[in-house]
Write a protein that binds this ligand. Structure first.
Ligand code: THU
Length: 131
């Protein structure tokens, strides 16, 4: 599975989205170390703040199936500009996926690749909790 193929899966994952209020379709494809892919779409609620982004849908699906090690996540939308994961998703990627490649697509399916720490520098994390 190369990143071009993973990007295509993210485009495909837009079909799984339910953006009932914003109409903004987002798809995410999460690649595990073992080359398994989990797809997710954004799912919106009439109580808007309960909405979940495509990235977190894919990540929570994978984690709840027992996955722990990841290589990359690709994210697609219909916007012309490269999609940029929201702050909440950056925190979740940092906490649950670690330092992976984040592949951000534009509507032409071109992509830019960032590392987790580039999108969330000086991140809060488990190391900061007093246990
Ligand atoms: N959204 C995502 O699913 N991922 C992103 O990276 C950015 C935003 C969703 C949340 C909401 O359903 C819609 O896009 C508009 O904000």
């Amino acid at each position: 599975m190369n990143y071009q193929q993973l990007a295509e899966k993210a485009v495909e994952a837009k079909k799984l989205s339910r953006p009932s209020y914003s109409g903004f379709h987002v798809g995410a494809a999460l690649l595990t170390e073992a080359d398994k892919i989990y797809l997710g779409g954004n799912i919106e609620s009439s109580s808007y703040s309960l909405t979940i982004c495509a990235e977190r849908t894919a990540i929570f699906k994978a984690i709840s199936e027992g996955e722990t090690k990841f290589k990359a996540i690709a994210i697609a939308s219909d916007a012309e500009n490269y999609i940029s994961p929201c702050g909440a998703c950056r925190q979740i990627i940092s906490d649950l996926c670690g330092e992976i490649d984040i592949i951000c697509l534009n509507s032409k399916s071109e992509y830019k690749i960032f590392k987790t720490s580039e999108l969330l520098p000086f991140a809060f994390g488990e190391k900061d909790l007093n246990k």
